[in-house]
Design a protein. Structure first.
Length: 477
């Protein structure tokens, strides 16, 4: 594989499948400005900026190096803090200095890189109104949601972002230099596509569906990955080793979101950040939910299909997908079949995928004009946290009577699960206090949650009931 590291073109001969970018940068390239704080993608101390070819340009995003696998960065541009270590200081660094935004300094490299990615991707704006300032601060908070400061120094860092906001990016030498790497990355991508044929590496990156099918047939024991944001935890904390991985991110047919007749087809390689942006007008509740999904660094790599295939009972997106009657396109070899998401989860960490089969895409019906959709994630922290419960509900009313209703929850059972009994009792009924008072007893027949470190069973049951009742009250308000 070949990649561009700051200003240097580097070739890595068949890297091990489970080597992380952080490990390679620190131990092989001796770039120690990047720090390891948690090794699970929670703290942001290891943040770097990754540039990828998208259409006719390069898109740069913040990424956690501790859970990014080196093999996934073939034909990419890896930008670390080391490229900023020169005089004069980069505007992002200078703003951090001016606002006294560094205390112990351990987290500062990560904050600088997250701010850099935000600054380079955000048009300059003079913050002359309350609305401008509010919008600006929200975008900064999203950009920094995956960076933790151990010295409670967030306010000075936010002030540094305020100072950066009106500065003209086009005059920045780094901004200009990044645009000049387009030909280099284009050449690397072309070389990668040529070399893929006939080679079986530990880390495979097929370029199309046919190559993916052939690679999976040749290595049926291999794990399929997209962003690998969850699998990497098995490596860094579980100390597992993976001999072969097949990365689907470069498969062209899996990279798009297509809309047809009120339905979205979301490819398996589409990142959560891409989906978050696309759904702002098409499905605002999805954008709202994804705003609380891990952090910007994780969403830049993680995928919707990965969150589904991981089959975690506390995955954030399945409850919303379930109430919208999502379906999955599953593929094995050249054959495909369609399966309702409600039938995909069989038991804890057990799915309906057959041997050699993978998720090609998600088919997601958009809400109808009269259909109201609600979703709420309950967790101890607003961002970068796992939910105690995640509740989604879709309802259609006809003169105050429930004509359609779907309820689904995560964190309430061994799988993301529909509240089938509660739904059946509510369907066809008018939303009145006497009806809502019966929700607790109905829901107790759908879910029997457990006590764990995130919440007690009683709390989960109570808060889920309250959310369902609250959603129904909103529906008739």
């Amino acid at each position: 594989m070949r990649l561009l590291l700051n200003q240097t073109l580097i070739e890595v001969a068949n890297p091990s499948a489970d080597v992380t970018l952080l490990q390679w940068l620190r131990e092989c390239q001796y770039l120690t400005a990047i720090k390891e704080g948690c090794a699970v993608g929670d703290c942001g101390a290891c943040t770097v900026m990754i540039g990828r070819l998208v259409d006719d340009g390069i898109v740069y995003q913040s990424v956690n190096a501790c859970i990014a696998l080196l093999g996934s960065l073939n034909a990419c541009h890896v930008v670390t803090l080391d490229c900023l270590q020169a005089e004069p200081l980069h505007p992002v660094q200078q703003a951090m200095v001016d606002c006294h935004a560094s205390q112990c300094g351990f987290c500062s490299p990560g904050f600088v890189m997250s701010l850099l990615a935000w600054w380079l991707n955000t048009p300059a704006k003079v913050l002359t109104s309350v609305a401008d300032f509010t919008s600006h601060r929200h975008s900064v908070e999203l950009a920094l949601s995956g960076n933790l400061c151990r010295c409670t120094g967030y306010q000075p860092i936010l002030l540094a972002a305020d100072q950066l906001a009106p500065l003209d990016r086009s005059t920045d030498t780094l901004f200009s230099a990044l645009g000049g790497y387009l030909h280099c990355l284009d050449t690397l991508r072309a070389m990668s596509a040529e070399q893929h044929h006939g080679r079986v590496n530990a880390y495979q990156q097929p370029q199309d569906l046919n190559q993916l099918a052939l690679a999976y047939a040749a290595m049926p024991e291999a794990r399929l990955v997209a962003g690998a944001t969850d699998l990497a935890l098995d490596i860094t904390h579980g100390l597992k080793s993976f001999k072969n991985l097949i990365d689907i991110k470069s498969v062209a047919q899996l990279q798009a979101i297509e809309e047809d007749s009120g339905t979205l087809a979301i490819g398996a390689a589409v990142s959560l950040s891409e989906l978050e942006t696309y759904c702002q007008t098409k499905l605002p509740c999805m954008t709202q939910l994804l705003g609380r999904f891990a952090s910007r660094q994780v969403r830049n790599r993680g995928t919707l299909v990965g969150n589904i295939a991981n089959s975690s009972p506390i995955a954030d997106t399945p409850p919303l997908l379930l109430v919208l009657d999502a379906q999955l396109i599953l593929q094995r070899g050249q054959g495909q079949r369609t399966l309702a998401l409600a039938d995909f989860y069989l038991d804890y960490k057990k799915t309906a995928l057959e041997g050699g089969e993978f998720i090609h895409s998600v088919i997601l019906p958009l809400p109808t004009v009269r259909q109201q959709v609600f979703v709420e994630k309950v967790s101890k922290r607003a961002e970068d946290d796992i939910s105690s419960t995640c509740v989604a509900l879709s309802v259609t009313l006809n003169n105050g009577v429930i004509a359609q209703i779907n309820i689904a929850c995560g964190g309430m059972a061994a799988i993301p699960k529909m509240a089938s009994h509660t739904q059946s009792q509510l369907l066809g009924q008018a939303i009145e206090p006497s009806l809502l008072a019966q929700v607790p007893q109905w829901l107790a027949q759908d879910y029997q949650p457990i006590d764990d470190m995130r919440a007690s069973a009683d709390y989960r049951q109570r808060v889920t009931v309250n959310l369902i009742v609250g959603f129904l009250k909103q529906a008739v308000a």
